[in-house]
Write a protein that binds this ligand. Structure first.
Ligand code: ADP
Length: 319
């Protein structure tokens, strides 16, 4: 196993004593602390999360529907609006965010305080399993204890600092990674559910809605991705995966519909080049779709933020 991956192995305990020395170094109670290892790591995650205004989960029960692409372009759109944005790539087995922002092969460094410094790309902070792989072809074969530790460190070990938005790109499904992430973040601002318009994808999207409800996550809405293609050759409109299913599902399940993103070959090309579409083609219709979704996410958070502000009277940082 590579040196970098060792960083994410479960730390050992000596009796009940914690070995998160770097966490202890920034804790005001380090002299009187009685926490065990899990208590320490949860404390650190809570400490990081309280400096982030909005924690947004991007999820779907199905793989390949565009979660990472939407996460990246949603983050870029929010950054273009002047927000401080981070992307936490929680897909341990298929971490694609670094590729989509042109950061493949980069490594994360450790700060003098012992935390992990996130990678900076396009004015966003990014952390991903991909930065820890010696070789991008290496598979991750971990049991749940390792995954728990990794998720803990991605949320608590990474020095996210002050952010307006942390976009968390979840892996497909409602398994261990999703449940652990939600449990550790605690107060998730809301989730965005991605679907493609055909029935098999919608079946899975509806499971995500039920999962979010069961987990008491606020649902910001459903995005219908890969929704119709304007053929660049014959100029016909082709409904490759059908059209309108995401909107109909949102309606059926009583959740907001956030919009359609067309199936656009340029999105694939730009993602593969590591140049987020919403930034490099900011004035084209597909980018408008991403910006529109970002505006709706922003509005949702502002409304929620103002409720928190009234409840706690805490000064709201930005916008
Ligand atoms: P997931 O994270 O759900 O597994 P990805 O975001 O990795 O899915 O997307 C899978 C593939 O689909 C990628 O090659 C991506 O470029 C492509 N893709 C995503 N959204 C679109 C779109 N609107 N139009 C065309 N291709 C897309």
């Amino acid at each position: 196993m590579s040196t970098e991956l060792k960083m994410f192995q479960p730390s050992t305990t000596q009796g009940d004593a914690c070995t998160y020395m770097w966490a202890c170094a920034i804790c005001e109670e380090n002299e009187t602390c009685q926490k065990d290892k899990e208590g320490h790591s949860r404390w650190l995650v809570a400490k990081r999360m309280e400096r982030i205004d909005y924690k947004i989960l991007v999820m779907s029960n199905k793989g390949g529907v565009g979660k990472s692409t939407v996460s990246t372009n949603l983050a870029v759109s929010l950054a273009l609006k002047g927000y401080e944005v981070g992307i936490c790539d929680m897909d341990i087995h298929g971490p694609n965010i670094p590729k989509m922002v042109g950061a493949e092969g980069q490594r994360l460094k450790i700060s003098t305080g012992g935390g992990i410094i996130p990678h900076q790309a396009y004015n966003m902070k990014i952390a991903s399993m991909s930065f820890l792989l010696q070789n991008s072809d290496d598979p991750i074969i971990w049991r749940d204890a390792y995954k728990f530790e990794f998720i803990n460190q991605l949320l608590g070990g990474v020095e996210w600092q002050d952010l307006n938005f942390l976009i968390v790109d979840l892996p497909p499904g409602t398994g261990n990674e999703s449940v652990t992430t939600i449990d550790l973040i605690g107060e998730v601002t809301g989730c965005v559910i991605i679907s493609t318009p055909q029935e098999v994808a919608l079946l899975d999207a509806r499971k995500s809605v039920t999962f979010a409800r069961d987990s008491e996550l606020p649902i910001i809405g459903i995005v219908e991705n890969m929704s119709g293609l304007d053929c660049p050759h014959c100029h016909q409109h082709i409904e490759v995966f059908r059209l309108g299913g995401g909107e109909a599902s949102a309606h059926d399940m009583g959740v907001p519909f956030l919009g359609r993103i067309p199936l656009d070959p340029e999105v694939v090309r730009q993602s593969d080049y590591g140049e987020p579409y919403a930034l490099f083609h900011s004035d084209l219709p597909t980018a408008d779709a991403y910006h529109d979704i970002a505006n709706k996410v922003d509005d949702f958070c502002k409304k929620k933020g103002s409720l928190v502000q009234i409840a706690t009277k805490s000064p709201f940082k930005k916008k």
